[in-house]
Design a binder for this molecule. Structure first.
Ligand code: C2O
Ligand code: CU
Length: 486
């Protein structure tokens, strides 16, 4: 499509919108002032509006939740469900989502990965005031681009109370064909309320150290390994699995017994199909994969973490086979061997060609040390007296005591990251896709001791956008900045 046709259809979109106040919602989608034609990627022509308005209501509320074989827990959930209800739309629809806060404290909800208007982004203090208990907020934005996304509370540690859910935008034209699809949301599960990590003194004056959140189980679609979700397939089908990780802190390795997986999307963005045996999925990341059902039986779908918990588990079950459950203890070989996806393996299909960056930020990820009684994160939550919390930094600064990254509209911005800590950090930017290597993404793991990772993006969606590690405990411990432009 040439520039003229592009502009015409962009205006046609404006005219076709039937409902609601029009808010622009660029991603790579809308050319900024300084951009030349060749810098716009193939996906840039936004699909014409379907004219459909899809309305949803989310009520975050305290609820009892039963996890089979584990017990009943007091959680905070969207509409009493865990994960929250699936929000699904077609590319080009308009979404109107009303959040009614039934919690005893403030909240906001963020639509992770969608390059929407800044005012709709759901970050307290940055894009809107917190929704007070009993209050409401109406989010309205275009369902675009198509792909696999998620939503979650962006208020303090609330995501680890259970306030997370899947958000699917069906592509107008997918680059792959399939017979059926399932979405798999991976979660790490806390029995109690989340607290900052660090050291604390108990009543008897003993020092206790908690360096990892005390998760009790890893779940797929809210189900523990003891009572796994079952995904039915028939021989000969191609099945699309949408893998979504809104976990508080867990990086999973995902594999399926008896089947290789073909990666087709990362963070909603299409890639050339690439076959592997397993892939890693950090908090904030999504991968879509295709599975060819040509090995009848019942097979384990497994997502293991680098900890002592039993891996999350589900079942791939052929309805044309007599087997109903995988062999006891059967594990996919891909979990320990075979081909593990590397980001460099992938070729994005909508990666824009970018000019040389106008501006580069060299950022060092640091921290992990304790800070006495430190002030935590966004909402200024104070840890209990006598507590030493973990502090995580970017160039030595822990948010909120950190400078914003000031940029200008139309620039190509490069963020170069170096991880000097002992842990991996999945780094997420709101409101934009960035180019990393040969793909577009919105969340990328920066491994310990890895070479520098470069994230390039076009400043074409003005506002104040947070940029942070998607490990909730690192984010709340300070590993966050605001990227700002008008
Ligand atoms: Cu899932 Cu600030 O993001
Ligand atoms: Cu981190």
């Amino acid at each position: 499509m040439d520039r003229r046709t592009f502009l015409q259809s962009a205006f046609a979109n404006l005219g076709a919108l039937a409902v609601g106040a029009r808010l622009p919602s660029p991603g790579f989608g809308v050319p900024g002032k300084l951009l030349q034609g060749h810098e716009r990627g193939k996906s840039e022509a936004r699909p014409a509006s379907t004219g459909t308005l899809r309305e949803f209501t989310l009520a975050p509320e305290p609820t009892h939740l039963e996890i089979p074989s584990h017990g009943v827990f007091q959680k905070w959930l969207f509409n009493g469900q865990f994960p929250g209800p699936e929000i699904r739309a077609k590319e080009g629809d308009r979404l109107r989502i009303t959040v009614n806060n039934k919690l005893p404290e403030g909240t906001t909800v963020h639509w992770h990965g969608i390059p929407l208007h800044n005012a709709m982004d759901g970050v307290p203090e940055i894009t809107q005031p917190a929704i007070l208990p009993g209050g409401s907020f109406v989010h309205e934005f275009d369902a675009a681009p198509g792909g696999t996304f998620m939503y979650h509370s962006h208020f303090g540690f609330q995501p680890d109370r259970g306030l997370v859910g899947p958000l699917i935008i069906e592509e107008k034209k997918a680059h792959i064909a399939y017979d059926r699809e399932y979405s798999l949301t991976l979660n790490d599960f806390l029995a109690g309320a989340p607290v900052p990590l660090g050291r604390s003194k108990n009543d008897r004056g003993e020092i206790k150290e908690m360096l990892e959140p005390p998760y009790i189980a890893l779940l797929i679609n809210g189900r523990p390994p003891e009572a796994p979700a079952v995904f039915n397939v028939k021989s000969g089908e191609r099945v699309r699995l949408r893998l979504i990780n809104p976990s508080g802190a867990t990086i999973y390795r995902f594999a399926i017994g008896g089947h290789p997986i073909t990666v087709t999307h990362t963070d909603s963005r299409p890639v050339e199909p690439f076959q592997v045996d397993s892939l890693r999925l950090a908090s904030g990341e999504r991968y879509d994969v295709l599975v060819e059902a040509k090995n009848p039986g019942a097979w384990p779908i497994v997502a293991s973490a680098d900890n002592d918990l039993p891996p999350a588990r589900a079942i791939l079950r052929y309805t044309d086979s007599n087997e109903t459950a995988p062999r006891e203890g059967a594990m996919p070989v891909g979990l320990t061997g075979g081909r593990l996806l590397q980001l460099d393996d992938l070729r994005g299909l909508d990666v824009p060609e970018l000019r040389k960056p106008n501006r580069t930020f060299n950022l060092v990820l640091g921290g992990g040390a304790m800070k006495p009684g430190g002030k935590m994160g966004l909402v200024g939550m104070m840890p209990p007296a006598g507590m030493m919390t973990q502090e995580w930094t970017i160039n030595g600064q822990a948010y909120p005591n950190a400078e914003p990254l000031q940029i200008h509209q139309g620039e190509v911005v490069r963020i170069r990251l170096e991880n000097q800590t002992a842990m991996p950090h999945p780094i997420h930017l709101h409101g934009h896709f960035y180019r990393v290597g040969n793909v577009s993404k919105d969340t990328t793991i920066v491994w310990t001791g890895s070479k520098r990772v470069e994230l390039d993006f076009i400043a074409n969606n003005p506002g104040a956008w947070v940029f942070h590690c998607h490990n909730l405990y690192h984010m709340e411990g300070g590993m966050m900045r605001v990227v700002r432009y008008v």
